[in-house]
Design a protein around this ligand. Sequence first.
Ligand code: IMP
Ligand code: MG
Length: 179
Amino acid sequence: MNKDIKKILIGEEELKAKVAELGAKITEDYKGKDLLIVCVLKGAVIFASDLIREINLPLDIDFMAISSYGNNTKSSGVVRILKDLNMGIEDKHVLIVEDIIDSGLTLAYLVENLRTRRPASVEICTILDKKERRTAKLDIKYTGFVVPDEFVVGYGLDYAEKYRNLPYIAVLKEEVYKG
Ligand code: IMP
Ligand code: MG
C-alpha cells in the first residue's frame, strides 16, 4: 500500500466488478442508440477507459475539461470550459462519465450547457457519489458507490494532482494535507 494512504475504501476487485455491472446496464439501456461518452478530464479518465471496455455497443468518446471557480474545497457552480468537445452532439445520446459528484454544481452546469446543443438525451454516470454534500438538483442515472464525506484519492481522483494512478479508492493520512 502507498505510504500516504490511511485506509482503502474500495479495492481493485470491487471496482472492477462494479464497472462491469455498470457497463452491462448501459449496454442494455443504449442498444440501438447513437451513444456518445463524454469523459470529464482529468479525474474520470481511468473510470471511463475501464467502463467503455465493458460496454458492448458501438460508441463515440469525447473529452471535456472544466474548472469551477471558487476555492479548492468548495465549488461555486460557475464553471469555465477549459477544453470543449471536438464533436457536435446534436441527436446523440450523451452519457457524461464523472469521477465523483460532490455538491453537484459543476455537473448541473455541464448538463445545462450540453442540453442547449440539442442532443437526443443527456445522462450521468459517476463512479462515486458524495451524496450527503449535494446542493444542486441532479438526476444521476448510474452510480458506482456512495461514499462518506471524506476526501478520497485514487482511480483517477487526485490530491494536488497526485495519486490518480492508485488502482483503488483510498483516504489519505492527515499529515499529507498538513504537509
Ligand atoms: P462538485 O461541483 O462539488 O460536485 O465538484 C466535484 C468535483 O470536485 C469532482 O469532479 C472532483 O474533481 C472534485 N472532488 C470532490 N470531492 C473530491 C474528493 O474527495 N477527492 C478528489 N476530488 C474531489
Ligand atoms: Mg473532476
